[in-house]
Design a protein around this ligand. Structure first.
Ligand SMILES: [Ca+2]
Ligand SMILES: [Ca+2]
Ligand SMILES: [Ca+2]
Length: 162
């Protein structure tokens, strides 16, 4: 079940923030850029729906630690690509957790307290369309950074300067 390529991408994503200085003003933005670079695997400067869906499925798999094909709030809150550390450094853990809860509530479309694979896929597709301002079916770096709901929510929680 574990796809080696996906594991590589994810470990790069998780390892990258640790190697960099944590004092930058827009650390949240930098993490979002790291995520964009992981998404844009072929380095074209944009992300298409195929790359995006594959990445979303990988993230779902890595979040679902008990492998019951649903994401619980606990699993959702525990998954982290470096943002929590930033939140701790800035004393913004409460804001960070609130932002995660808001995203979780949006993605749990039927409100049963779990995000199913279908809910995850539909929510990500909707977030993609919302972020794709110029409607060309790909997300540019700018569209991803400024329009992708998870980035917007987490950065608002972490980067008080925005
Ligand atoms: Ca689960
Ligand atoms: Ca649900
Ligand atoms: Ca676009």
């Amino acid at each position: 079940m574990l796809r080696p390529l996906a594991a590589l991408t994810l470990s790069a994503l998780i390892a990258a923030p640790l190697a960099l200085p944590a004092q930058e003003v827009n650390e949240g933005r930098r993490l979002a850029e790291t995520m964009f670079e992981s998404l844009d695997g072929s380095n074209r400067g944009f992300v298409d729906m195929g790359e995006y869906s594959t990445f979303g499925a990988d993230i779902f798999f890595s979040m679902d630690t008990d492998q019951d094909t649903r994401i619980s709030l606990d699993e959702f809150m525990s998954w982290d690509f470096g943002m929590r550390m930033v939140a701790e450094e800035r004393d913004r853990v409460a804001a960070y957790e609130t932002a995660l809860r808001v995203v979780f509530a949006f993605w749990d479309r039927n409100g049963d307290g779990l995000i199913s694979r279908t809910e995850h896929r539909q929510s990500l597709a909707q977030d993609f369309q919302r972020a794709d301002i110029d409607n060309d079916a790909v997300l540019s770096r700018d569209e991803f950074l400024s329009g992708f709901s998870v980035n917007v929510a987490l950065r608002a929680a972490l980067d008080t300067t925005l």
